[in-house]
Design a protein. Structure first.
Length: 442
């Protein structure tokens, strides 16, 4: 019989748990599940705090530790270090401007002096660098990557490759992305694997598939390609005039998209609904959920839609949709950037009530892959394996360092020898070319 699970203290390091965001939501889901289904003690350390209480509900059994209060009237905002830029948070990370020297100091003090965790999990690249530099050696140190490897700049990937070598594991959201990390960022002694996000069951009855509503949700950002979705829906609306499109979310593209709605003649047919949380009640009112993204690190809204018994139409974007949607069973996948294919897929399900409702039922069933229990079990197995393999992985790391040192030493010796001979040869040639072009016969 398997042994009883060991109760551990698990700490998550989060940019700002008081804000709204996909990483915040998924971290809170995982933290609550580790308490409920794993029996662990969980603490969330928020690097920043900009308001009194978190916007998302937090399980009362989870401890919250804010490090830097960024509110204008806070005592932290008057600290000299608050006005100085961060030195240890990598400047190649896109949130670097939101970090100060005070963040560096508080994070280091917490990790080196206060952290008594068995497992510490970072949730964004810059924070993972903090963890690699200062994380307690007795704890398992794990970097979660909520963005794709290729979404990071070359400069940031170089920084991460150097620091991630000190960690125990890197966890991506998809199998494909884990493969990319293994191929492009060799990390000796570091386990690189994927564990998907937890998406809890919806707290609303599933869609009955009868409403004439297509829904989409997410940040109104260029990569989400709502312009492509609107272009595709314009073709749908011409054939199916009773159906409407509802887009939930806010972002920098809102004004541009409103102009596009008007320009495509979709006023009253395509609506920008603003940010809504939770999104599940809105998905349950729809009969189809669509994503036109160019790329996805996971595809949270797809699973949330499936949790509501709604089939999805999605671009087969790297990296998440292809691992979430089984084409023809619980949704349809179309090529990235193809408005015509997107429109045709929507029309196919709009016109076939039986297929649409059947896919909705299949979507609800397949979404159980993202239940809390199996995800918590995967993390429990990871923790056990990492603890058992520490000595082996330390040896792998040591061998890699020795091999790298030997390689650099050999290159240096070769360069020195080649440079010495080459210099003499070049000098002789220089003397010859200054005089006769023909060498003298000895």
């Amino acid at each position: 019989m398997p042994g009883k699970a060991v109760r551990m203290k698990i700490v998550f390091l989060v940019h700002n748990v008081y804000a709204i965001g996909g990483t915040v939501r998924t971290t809170l889901n995982l933290a609550a599940a580790l308490v409920e289904h794993g029996g662990h003690e969980v603490e969330i350390v928020s690097l920043s705090r900009h308001r009194e209480t978190p916007r998302f509900p937090v399980d009362p059994r989870i401890g919250l530790v804010p490090l830097v209060d960024t509110r204008a009237d806070s005592a932290d905002s008057r600290q000299p270090a608050f006005a100085e830029p961060a030195r240890d948070f990598p400047d190649a990370e896109k949130r670097h401007k939101q970090y100060s020297l005070l963040h560096d100091e508080r994070m280091r003090a917490y990790l080196e002096e206060r952290c008594d965790a068995d497992v510490v999990i970072g949730t964004r690249p810059g924070i993972n660098v903090y963890l690699a530099k200062w994380g307690p050696k007795r704890a398992l140190r794990i970097a979660q990557e909520h963005l794709r490897h290729d979404a990071h700049t070359k400069k940031l990937r170089k920084v991460l490759a150097r620091h991630y070598r000190a960690l125990d594991a890197v966890v991506t959201m998809t199998r494909e992305d884990a493969g990319v990390y293994r191929a492009r960022m060799p990390l000796p002694g570091v386990e690189v694997l994927s564990v998907p996000n937890i998406v809890p069951p919806a707290a609303v009855p599933p869609s009955d598939g009868t409403s004439k509503v297509v829904a989409a949700a997410g940040r109104l950002a260029p990569g989400k390609r709502y312009d492509l979705l609107l272009e595709a829906f314009a073709a749908v609306a011409a054939k199916e005039p009773d159906w409407e499109l509802r887009i939930y979310g806010g972002g920098t593209q809102e004004d541009r998209l409103r102009d596009l709605v008007s320009g495509l003649g979709l006023t009253g047919r395509a609506r920008l609904m603003g940010a809504v949380s939770p999104i599940e009640p809105e998905f349950a009112r729809a009969s189809l959920v669509v994503s036109a993204s160019d790329a996805e690190s996971f595809g949270m809204t797809l699973v949330e839609a499936m949790r509501c018994g709604v089939p999805v139409v999605s671009t087969d974007a790297p990296l998440g949709p292809g691992e979430i949607v089984t084409h023809g069973l619980d949704g349809l996948l179309v090529p990235v950037g193809d408005a015509r294919a997107l429109a045709e897929a929507m029309v196919t399900l709009i016109e076939d009530d039986t297929a649409r409702k059947g896919m909705g039922a299949a979507a609800l069933a397949s979404a159980h892959r993202y239940d809390p229990e199996p995800i918590v079990a995967r993390y429990g197995l990871l923790f056990t394996q990492l603890r058992a393999s520490r000595r082996r992985r330390a040896w792998q790391r040591l061998r890699a360092r020795a091999a790298n040192w030997a390689h650099r030493k050999a290159r240096s010796v070769r360069a020195t020898r080649t440079g010495g001979r080459g210099g003499k040869h070049d000098d002789r040639r220089g003397r010859l070319t200054q005089g006769s072009t023909q060498p003298r016969t000895p």
